[in-house]
Write a new protein. Structure first.
Length: 208
């Protein structure tokens, strides 16, 4: 079985018992940290049940482009669609079941890329793809678990990308984003009950 199929299967099994409350809170923090504009072209990368896409879609004008929401797991996307129904217009989110790397968009076509709790599954190749997909000066926002507070099950440990260093501090997360080619990286640690996440925003370089 491929790594993608294994990941999709693992998250399909988790879909019905997913901790939505925790991930809705992370989405709220991430959106507030990056603050996308009302008409921005935005992708929710490895969206799962689309906490980020749904929250954003609720706050945008009807004329805004649909939020692109991509995830490998059909089960997670089905839960997201169900949770969006009746709360968000059908056209406000463009759901896709697919590998999110590369994103199914033209180069330099996005204003903002958001990725909540997923980059440590995608691997650092995702950051290179976001630089391709973002317009110069576009914004990226991602969250990662704080290394000292991350307790994945054995099953999920085996699915983690080896080339994404989980940060011990906000500064470490910003340094990594900068080392991956972004500018103006800014991170902070967010306490959520007994859990801790690092939320980072950064800018795609303008190529000058
Ligand atoms: C912990 S969940 C986070 C989901 C969502 N972003 C949230 O905040 O609730 C990680 C998600 O990453 C997805 N995923 C992992 N690797 C992926 C890939 N290469 N392409 C698309 N989705 C992927 C999984 O299917 C899962 O839904």
């Amino acid at each position: 079985m491929t790594q993608s199929a294994t990941l999709a299967g693992a998250f399909d099994e988790l879909a019905d018992s997913y901790d939505h409350r925790h991930h809705e809170e992370i989405a709220r923090v991430l959106i507030a940290w990056v603050a996308p504009g009302a008409a921005d072209a935005v992708a929710d990368v490895a969206c799962g049940a689309g906490a980020v896409a749904r929250q954003l879609a609720r706050s945008r004008p009807e004329t805004a482009p649909p939020v692109l929401a991509v995830d490998l797991s059909p089960g997670m996307v089905a839960v997201g669609r169900a949770r969006a129904a009746a709360r968000v217009p059908d056209t406000a989110i463009d759901w896709r079941v697919a590998d999110a790397v590369p994103l199914p968009v033209a180069g330099h076509s996005l204003d903002v890329v958001l990725c909540a709790s997923s980059l440590h599954f995608l691997g650092s190749r995702a950051l290179a793809d976001w630089r391709r997909a973002l317009r110069p000066g576009g914004r990226v926002g991602f969250t990662l678990p704080l290394a000292t507070h991350f307790r994945p099950s054995e099953r999920f440990s085996g699915l983690l990308a080896r080339d994404v260093p989980l940060p011990h501090t906000a500064r470490e997360a910003s340094r990594w984003a900068t080392a991956c080619g972004f500018t103006e990286a800014d991170s902070r640690v967010q306490v959520l009950g007994t859990r801790r996440v690092v939320v980072t925003s950064a800018t795609s370089p303008d190529g000058r």
